[in-house]
Design a protein around this ligand. Structure first.
Ligand code: AMP
Length: 295
């Protein structure tokens, strides 16, 4: 039998600051996990790690309108706060911060944080305003939750690089002091990366979706067996993906993991980021694997 605690939900920045002050007065450190809700085992793994490291763990649930493009899925993004609260309780989180759009952007989204460089390729090239939305909201969420450490998933690899850069260069001391920790991607048994958007998949699409991870693993195996050429690795991933004619492939690339820029060949001590984005039906899926080059 499991006994579930009730998880308090805070909706305003003022209440959030009062809670943080109280936790600090108890000598607690604070971990936070920014999310858009509809929580799954990927989120739960971040919450569990935060709870192992901090006495107080706050999970933000905010579907941030400014990171969605005009033709993207903001309106239909799945939302279920009750379900989320039971995931938070199971994973040993302390509270949920679930602000409204007005609370986060009281005067509308008037000023934006833009990170240069690492925002330009891959997701940034296809979703031109996405990372401005992400960098801005994460900075605002950090100012609200004032955490010591924040946990993100490798699933959104480019996002982790953008957030690290945003924090390092932030003029706001409370943002600059946040330690950023990246956790491994949690997968379904057949390799599909867990994602809130998987709920959009029809049964047939769900059966085809693991081909993305299979393509990544084929490239990982090729690197392990000595392949070093970007062109060969990318062709291999494309070939695997093209076996599913329902996919529309946005990209399937082998890039340097630090810069997300392509190199013609990868050398010893490089880490290669294998990154795929593909659409199937109404669902856009992204996934990646990191692999170090040895020998
Ligand atoms: P989201 O709610 O999709 O914005 O995700 C919130 C956080 O959970 C982000 O840092 C994601 O990278 C992370 N996350 C999402 N899916 C997974 C997963 N399958 N494994 C690990 N972390 C994940």
């Amino acid at each position: 039998m499991s006994i579930k605690r009730d998880i308090p939900v805070i909706t305003t920045v003022a209440e959030m600051h009062a809670w943080v002050a109280n936790q600090r007065s108890l000598g607690h450190t604070i971990g936070c996990i920014p999310t858009m809700g509809y929580l799954h085992d990927g989120h739960a793994s971040l919450i569990r790690e935060a709870s192992a490291r901090h006495q107080s763990v706050v999970i933000s649930i905010f579907v941030n309108p400014t990171q969605f493009g005009p033709s993207e899925d903001f309106e239909r993004y799945p939302r279920d706060l009750d379900r989320d609260l039971s995931v938070v309780a199971e994973a040993d989180g302390s509270i949920v911060f679930a602000p409204t759009v007005d609370e986060m952007y009281p005067n509308g989204p008037q000023s934006t944080i833009h990170v240069d460089g690492v925002t330009e390729m891959l997701e940034g090239a296809l979703r031109p305003t996405h990372f401005d939305g992400v960098a801005t909201v994460v900075s605002l969420l950090f100012e609200a939750m004032l955490p010591d450490e924040a946990f993100f998933g490798q699933k959104d690899l480019q996002q982790t690089l953008v957030i690290r850069r945003m924090v390092e260069s932030s003029p706001i001391a409370a943002v600059r002091r946040v330690k950023i920790t990246i956790m491994p991607t949690q997968r379904e048994a057949d390799g599909l990366a867990r994602s809130s958007r998987n709920v959009y998949l029809t049964k047939e699409e769900r059966a085809l979706a693991p081909a993305i991870h299979q393509a990544l693993i084929a490239a990982v195996n090729a690197i392990t067996s000595g392949e070093r050429s970007r062109e060969v690795l990318e062709a291999l991933m494309l070939r695997k993906l093209q076996t599913v004619d329902r996919f529309t492939i946005d990209y399937a690339v082998a890039v340097d993991a630090q810069t997300l820029l392509p190199k013609e060949t990868y050398d010893q001590d490089d880490t290669v980021a294998l990154c795929i984005a593909a659409r199937i039906g109404r669902t856009r899926l992204i996934d990646n694997e990191l692999i170090g080059v040895t020998g």
